[in-house]
Ligand binder design. Structure first.
Ligand SMILES: Cc1ncc(C[n+]2csc(CCOP(=O)(O)OP(=O)(O)O)c2C)c(N)n1
Ligand code: SF4
Ligand SMILES: [Mg+2]
Length: 288
């Protein structure tokens, strides 16, 4: 898909955080094309299934390529695209349910391979598209259609999970901070390896937590989200682990491995060791 489909009529609800994520992605893609002088068609957005994944149909302006894939499988699809053509700038967009629930099993292998793609995870703490069921980031005790007496599981800490699995670039954004999010996404695209920008993107219909994240002085609510600040050393994995386990949601660059070697570079190095010269040679090797 490299053109908008005029018949695709999905619309986000008013105030949905995903509008801001879309804007940030558009800004980051534009900066990437200016900086690299690569055409926009060399960027591919791989989308999951969910309100979030519909972003791939809603991008304004010059159109990147897009793949609206299968629920939970953005990482395997991205692996195929990137290994088919390592020169492409591959960006994936997925919801908290898509990426961390059904798709959770793919994060560890992608991290160990250091798959050179940028994942933007739109976390609204629910399955928005299917009407508000609980997701891995829904907080314990929350009442949803699938947890009528309150969620019994603890919620996961996605930033801690990514660090534990060895993701080489981990950033945290918020839909109320579009410019900062755009910069984190752009830096993630440029990072040589697997980058995840985990975004708080509230669902105004099923889990409106804007007040909790931003705070609301009139209601006596202190903000949960805060900027990591310049004193945080994002090259220090222990500092990163500490900050994601403190109360609140840190926003900004949490961790970037300064010695990251991406999968495509690893594969090229490995290919240099092969004695096969051509496809014909390889076929001949199997001929009796
Ligand atoms: C294999 C499969 N299982 C279940 C579904 C139903 N389904 C569609 S979207 C979705 C969850 C979406 O939640 P999330 O990924 O958080 O995205 P959001 O809508 O919140 O942006 C589910 C369970 C599906 N489409 N395919
Ligand atoms: S249901 Fe929630 S996540 Fe989906 S479009 Fe509406 S506000 Fe956004
Ligand atoms: Mg969700």
């Amino acid at each position: 898909m490299s053109k908008k489909n005029p018949e695709y009529d999905f619309k986000w609800c008013p105030g949905c955080g995903d509008f801001a994520v879309k804007r940030a992605i558009e800004m980051a893609m534009r900066q990437w094309t200016i900086k690299t002088e690569e055409p926009i068609e060399n960027t591919v957005i791989v989308a999951g299934i969910g309100c979030s994944g519909n972003l791939v149909h809603l991008v304004d302006g010059d159109q990147p390529f897009g793949i609206h894939g299968v629920h939970g499988r953005t990482l395997p699809i991205s692996l195929g695209v990137k290994m088919g053509n390592p020169n492409l700038n591959v960006l994936l967009v997925a919801g908290d349910g898509d990426f961390l629930s059904i798709g959770g099993e793919h994060i560890a292998p992608a991290a160990k391979r250091n798959l050179n793609v940028c994942a933007v995870v739109m976390d609204n703490g629910v399955y928005g598209l299917t009407k508000g069921q609980s997701s891995p980031t829904t907080i314990i005790g929350e009442i949803t259609p699938t947890t009528p007496f309150g969620k019994v599981e603890d919620s996961i800490n996605p930033l801690d999970l990514y660090l534990t699995l060895g993701v080489s670039y981990v950033a945290s954004g918020f839909s109320s901070k579009v410019k900062e999010m755009a910069q984190l996404i752009q830096d993630g695209m440029e990072h040589p390896g697997f980058s995840i920008v985990h975004v708080q993107s509230p669902c105004t219909t099923y889990n409106d937590n804007y007040d909790v994240l931003r705070g609301n002085a009139k209601k006596g609510i202190a903000p949960l989200a805060y900027d990591v600040g310049e004193e945080h050393d994002s090259s220090d994995i222990e500092a990163a682990r500490a900050i994601v386990n403190e109360p609140g949601i840190p926003l900004g660059l949490i961790y970037q491995n300064p010695n990251s070697i991406p999968l495509d570079a690893r594969v090229t190095k490995s290919q240099e060791k092969t004695s096969f010269k051509s496809a014909e040679d390889q076929i001949d090797a199997f001929t009796l």
